[in-house]
Design a protein around this ligand. Sequence first.
Ligand code: 26Q
Length: 809
Amino acid sequence: MNFDKAGFKNSFINQLQSMYGKGLEEADLYEQYMAFGACVREVISQNWIRTRQQYRSKNEKQVFYFSMEFLLGKLLDMYLIHLGLKEPCRQALAELGIDLAALAEAEPDAGLGNGGLGRLAACLLDSMAAMHLPGHGCGIRYKYGLFEQKIVDHHQVELPDNWLKNGYIWEYRKADKTVEVRFGGRITQIIQPDKWMFVHEDYEPVLAVPYDIPIVGYQNRTVNTLRLWSAEPAAIDFDLSSFNRGDYSRAVEYRHSVERISKILYPDDTHYEGRLLRLKQQYFFVSAGLQSILHCFKQRALPWRTLPEKVGVHINDTHPALAIPELMRLLIDEAGLGWEEAWNITVNTISYTNHTTMPEALEKWPVDMLEKLLPRIYLIIQEIHERLCRTVWDKTQSWDAVSEIAIIADGQVHMARLAVVGSYSVNGVAQIHSEILKNHTFAGFSRLYPYKFNNKTNGITHRRWLIKSNPALAELISRTIDSSWIKYPCDLIQLVNYAQDESLQQQFAAIKRQNKLKLAQFISNKYDIQVDVDSIFDVQVKRLHAYKRQILNVLHIMHLYNKLRENPQLDMVPRTFIFAGKAAPGYYIAKQTIKLIHVLAEKINHDTAIQGKLKVVFLENYSVSLAEMIISAADVSEQISTASKEASGTGNMKFMMNGAITIGTMDGANIEIKQAVGDANIVIFGLTAKQVFDYYHYGGYSAWDMYHNDPRIKTVMEQLVDGFFQEEREEFRPLYNDLLHNNDEFFVLKDFAAYCDAQRVVENKFRHSREWQKMALMNIAHSGIFSSDRMGSEYSVGIWKIKPVIITG
Ligand code: 26Q
């Protein structure tokens, strides 16, 4: 792209003037950021309009990825990289005395997601745009993203994330594309000569107003759209509605109840809770999204049966599964189709990704809640359920078989079952996870529809997680093997040829050390903790959850500390254990784990007897931006979930791409990372999924046996409750009880010894610097297949059947 530096500086100054009425010297950093953003918007919008025009005229199939979460992080840097404008803009701004990096920091993180599922959606959109694929996002414009985490007296406290407070430069309000979504009310059936008609009355109308965010392709003119819906009150005439004349307070109440719908992102990533507002959110964005898609489709004047040839609707977990009955409703009640035809169209339009097999995370909505909030939708779900049960009964004559697949059971609607029946493709997110789905979670369905089940192993965008977050490493790679890997990430494999090259190893080590220095500075400034840059940076960053086993890491740190206290001269490589992650506000054990990490850090970091060989740091408010800094500085990547529990994991991929060595279990994508890098370049330990299933099934595990037979375990467990770390002895009793009295559901104690051994292997490998750098380079070399470009093309070819549409300029 041609860049006119003088012109750019001019328009930047003009923007500052027109937006804030200020000259360059008067404007603060945020105002400068906004004005610069406005300049970038201009560049983007030209290609955006072009992309829309050409998608329309080429008339190819487009996919819409429906997700309750899009965890975008900051966008300015990504836009500049993708537009090829980063370096020229940096120079132009520098001439005005402005530091681009500081401007970029002023952008708020768009934190509209809890964790992996939301970040996956963001990586996928990035890859689709990079590969010219016509794919868009559909979600909710939460006023408040995931809470901001503060640590106060070692406790997590949650503060609202008011990310929109100063205006968001990357969104475009499209008021003219507003649609209405209807809640509550009654359904009456009118019997017409040829069919049934359903009339919806006394409903509460809600306006869904779209805000569009451009998704810019990598140096290719494609600009796709992420459409986020915001709920606004309808300008209903209260006199004409069911409301009483002049009922002012009801009007205010109505306004509030509407605005609540898109107010907050629910801060939970596993424990399903049947909250009415969350159900409202789900229907709200699904209905709005489908209405706008069908509206566009209608303008093309094609027969309805061709919808699946032109439109794909993908549901990111079951959160948007109401898309199935909603599409049925729109086709039957609005377009006038019969059930069979509508069902065919629906099933061939919708595809579904599952992200968990943990029973407590599978969504189930109480029948009475659904019936009351969405009466027409409930009728449709009932019909789907009855037809499905009849089919299975006719096939099997077995009540067990029927009850295994029933959508409505025990007064609840099983959303995952609805999602499987109502879509043509069901995929898991790693090989092992997809096998567990077929053979356990959805065994009944996989006998019924074996052809629906498939695997699409997760991926991450190497543009954010390497080019943006670790530019020095990206440049080193390009200097070594040329830059083809940026377009074809699997070309990273060429690094294998240089993994033993001493000069490359040294350059890689120098970059890693620089990144560690930057993180160490951050830690020193923010927490006044001094960490040794030459220590092993051993990192576990992710949501806090029992199955992710942060506690296993913690118990091992306690054990190392005990060894050091016993023998301060112990010959060990200094280690810095780094944690970050949020706990769901109501998840007591997860919050206690955060507290324990802090208590441990306090004691260890201040103990001069251990000569700084051990440091523990918890970085608060984990976010995409923080992840970028931490991951590029990591030596060791902790991926230690109980085998079978982590569907995939995607942090693991970000770490390997930045040359960290994984210590991990045979779970999720770790298994495929091991296949890719080979046994010599990863440290694996612990129970396998099969062993875990066997223990659950046949019993035979006793946490107390572990306690009695391994003195290391006994010591650290007792230290949890004997006042060793904490004056208030009972503080960590619940953790102690979970591991012992409740028999350690996630096999922490069972895997403890293997984990200690694995950590010793890691340490010994680190001592051999050249071997270590070689392993790191081998990890980077094999990380290409974990690019979300690979994932995105597998979805496009294997599920959606969509083709690239090259945008011309
Ligand atoms: C459900 C009901 C009520 C409130 C919240 C929720 C809810 C919200 C978010 C349930 C689940 C989530 C998010 C789940 C998630 O992030 N799963 C992760 O998905 C990643 C991408 O596939 C995987 O890599 C992780 O293994 C998986 O845990």
